[in-house]
Design a protein around this ligand. Structure first.
Ligand code: ADP
Ligand code: ZN
Length: 752
């Protein structure tokens, strides 16, 4: 039993993130183990801090050591595998131990410091404690007087069929007050039960066997040996849109469960792939747990506990679901693997791919990446035999890929059509409406008219805290900053710089909806964007209505582009994509190619052939033309050449060191100082491949009143480089710079 422990504490800065030794009181020794959550006295004044036990020692405590304040129960302890992931994240992503701990345990299962009943001793308290709810059963008969109310009668009738929870009763319209009243009368008896954890329970079960097409079967059989041999293996399922990748997943999962093992399925964003949960739930029922950020803390916790208790065979969720405490994993699937949402943008800055590889290695699992447009890095790895490549080249049902046309919007304007919807698209929508078919339109900008620009000085109205334009939202009649949430209400009419008249121009989803309503007054139009889907479940409900053909046209942001499978959709229009073509970052082309291919792929998935129109002011753009042809292989050839020439992943790793602070000059100085320190350290290892670019101002120079600078380092993502970076961070932290900027390090592997 441990007498002393090494603890990593919360809120440590990089340099101070190490293990601190504490003594364990005899009555705590039973409870403490590796991975225990603890509360410790720390620093001057011995203030209580959260911590995690990362080392245990049988040595008798020295008299100088402080004692632990409190230890969380064993159920809150990190499993050995999660504990190894904490070390993995710390080593890979330059986070602190505690940041890693917070990433692998959901908020609800975490602990916080509180004050004990004596009002003095700090103790641990669970973030969430409500996992039980009331359950009612009949305990007596309803007296005839006073005359029972309708609700009382209904409650008694329902409970005649057996015990029910408060949630179930409330769903039937029986309020807590009615139940309390009946308990007081002795008619009902109330007890506490564990809260129900079966989310999505209304999805009906479907058990008919999966019949794969010949091509799907071949893909399945190519992967099967690697599932069955229980050795770590990586594969890429590259299948055109509508080829039935999901069916191959389902079949693999089914086999995985037969083998007595478990499966983890990642999707990029729950709103982009609502149908995955549906398909898994309808086939595998209650043994499917869900982990995604649209769940509230309680739901998320309950699902997590179900996984921890061994009650789930399948976990489906977004990025952080990769940390599910699922044991004996035989299969990990990353669907739409090219999506940027698989990279975390706050500490720890991991990619789900690298964590998945680690877990597949530990569990001897098959890691399956899947996409119609794989990331350049993943396809490169597959081409070079580092991972297995499996293809699906045909759409299910044999439909050809949609026919795609590109419309030049400059010519459109020149020929006298001032609208944002070209004549060709208008005509196609009309024909589609007449044929009783559905249309999906993509416009990657929410709001009404995008920006406000001065007619005189041409200045664009920007957010006062960020260096980005404000966006007009018609329904709320105000300007919004999409970065910090700042508002201008009411919207100004005059330019703040010169007093000239502001002109509101551009085209967002709200404006599109309006224009469509004018052109097609008879059509039922659905707008899908962050604003229209803000309410809980709004997203699923709207999509379900669209699926029932209660709408003819769906216009929206990227949430209409991916993963959706509606048989009546035979026309897709891309209204505006040009801004993305000129976006920063080496993945910009890949993103556009993938987005256009995905959205075009929504068209003509069932019996009838599909058609698509892409509107652009740059009709000769090679990326758009390749996307229109849905020629991934040609796109890949072009992209990989560009990556090689510019030295980008997969030809090197990319480490971006970001600096932010309220005074621009100080941020610039901090970045320069960091660059100098890095240079000094690197000079000691001249054989280490390294190229440092910058410092330069960030792509967006200011966000929420913080100025941003960055340093781009092209490197090889290996232990030597990471050690070098860590040393530099340590040195930088010890520098006494005035008003020092905060630093974040984001390392993109060469492999993903
Ligand atoms: P992808 O994810 O590759 O774009 P999906 O898995 O969504 O494609 O499949 C496209 C459509 O074809 C879905 O409606 C799916 O149910 C259907 N489908 C694909 N393969 C089969 C099959 N073997 N049997 C029945 N339906 C299939
Ligand atoms: Zn702002």
């Amino acid at each position: 039993m441990p007498k002393t422990v090494g603890v990593a504490v919360s809120n440590a800065t990089f340099h101070f993130d190490k293990l601190y030794t504490y003594a364990v009181m005899p009555d705590q020794q039973n409870a403490v183990r590796l991975g225990s959550m603890v509360l410790v006295p720390f620093g001057r004044g011995s203030r209580a801090r959260m911590g995690v036990v990362l080392a245990c020692d049988e040595e008798p405590e020295s008299s100088k050591l402080k004692f632990l304040f409190d230890v969380a129960p064993a159920s809150a302890c990190l499993t050995p595998e999660l504990l190894r992931l904490v070390h993995f994240l710390k080593e890979r992503t330059f986070c602190t131990y505690y940041e890693a701990v917070k990433a692998v345990i959901p908020y609800g299962a975490q602990y916080k410091p509180a004050v004990a009943a004596d009002g003095v001793t700090p103790v641990l308290q669970k973030q969430l404690t409500r996992h039980t709810e009331n359950s009612y059963k009949l305990a007596g008969t309803l007296p005839a007087k006073p005359k029972p109310t309708a609700k009382q009668l209904a409650a008694v009738a329902l409970l005649g069929g057996g015990e029910r929870t408060q949630t179930e009763l409330e769903e039937k319209g029986i309020s807590r007050a009615v139940l309390d009243n009946l308990c007081a009368k002795g008619v009902l008896e109330c007890s506490k039960v564990n809260k129900s954890i079966d989310l999505y329970s209304s999805i009906p079960l479907k058990n008919e066997p999966i019949r794969l097409t010949a091509e799907q079967q071949a893909a399945y059989e190519a992967l099967l040996p690697h599932l069955e041999d229980a050795a770590p293996h990586g594969a890429l399922l590259y299948g055109v849109t509508g080829s039935g990748k999901t069916l191959v997943f389902l079949k693999l999962i089914e086999r995985c469960l037969q083998l007595g093992r478990r499966a983890l399925v990642l999707v990029p964003e729950i709103s982009l792939t609502p149908q995955m949960i549906l398909r898994l739930k309808s086939r595998f029922g209650k043994r499917v747990a869900v982990q995604h950020s649209a769940l509230n803390h309680t739901e998320r916790l309950l699902q997590w506990q179900m996984i921890q208790d061994g009650g789930a065979d399948i976990v489906v969720g977004t990025r952080s679901a990769i940390f599910s405490p699922l044991e004996n994993i035989g299969l990990v699937i990353i669907d739409e693997e090219q999506e940027h949402t698989y990279r975390s943008e706050s500490a720890p800055r991991y990619s789900a791919h690298e964590v998945a590889r680690q877990r597949a290695a530990e569990n001897g699992a098959l890691l399956l990446l899947a996409s119609a447009t794989p990331s350049t890095e993943s396809y490169f790895a597959a081409q070079h035999g580092r991972t297995q490549l499996v293809r699906l080249t045909q759409r299910y049902g044999g439909n050809p890929l949609p026919h795609v046309e590109i419309v030049d919007m400059r010519a459109e304007l020149a020929s006298g059509n001032p609208r944002e919807i070209s004549l060709a698209l208008e005509d196609a929508i009309r024909r589609n409406l007449d044929a009783g078919k559905q249309t999906i339109l993509l416009l990657n900008r929410r709001g009404y008219q995008t920006i406000a620009q001065c007619e005189d000085c041409r200045e664009v109205l920007k957010c006062q805290k960020c260096s980005v334009p404000m966006v007009y939202h018609k329904s709320a009649h105000k300007l919004l900053c999409h970065y910090c949430g700042s508002q201008m209400d009411p919207p100004p009419q005059k330019c703040p710089t010169c007093g000239g008249k502001l002109q509101y121009r551009g085209f967002g989803t709200q404006k599109a909806e309006e224009e469509l309503a004018k052109l097609f007054p008879e059509a039922r139009i659905l707008r899908m964007d962050q604003d229209s889907t803000a309410a809980k479940d709004a997203h699923e409900k709207l999509l379900a209505k669209f699926a029932r053909h209660e709408y003819d046209i769906m216009v929206g942001t990227q949430m209409v582009a991916k993963g959706l499978d509606f048989e009546d959709v035979t026309l897709v229009g891309v209204l505006g994509i040009d801004s993305l073509l000129f976006a920063q970052g080496f993945r910009a082309y890949e993103t556009v190619f993938s987005l256009v291919t995905q959205v075009v792929g929504r068209s003509g998935r069932a019996k009838d052939p599909g058609f698509a129109i892409i509107q652009t002011t740059d009709p000769n753009n090679p990326v758009l033309n390749l996307a229109a042809a849905q020629d991934y292989d040609a796109f890949f050839e072009q992209e990989i050449a560009y990556r090689k020439l510019g030295l980008y992943p997969p030809f090197c790793g990319l480490c971006v060191v970001g600096f932010a602070g309220p005074k621009e000059i100080e941020v610039a100085r901090a970045a320069a100082r960091f660059a100098a320190l890095l240079g000094q350290q690197a000079a000691k290892q001249p054989d280490l491949p390294l190229r440092v670019l910058g410092p330069t101002p960030g792509n967006i120079e200011k966000i929420n009143e913080a100025y941003r600078y960055k340093l781009t380092v092209k490197c090889r993502n290996d232990r030597r480089f990471r050690d070098l970076m860590r040393e530099t961070l340590g040195l930088y932290e010890q520098e006494k710079l005035p008003g020092k900027a905060t630093v974040v390090v984001d390392l993109h592997s060469d492999g993903d």
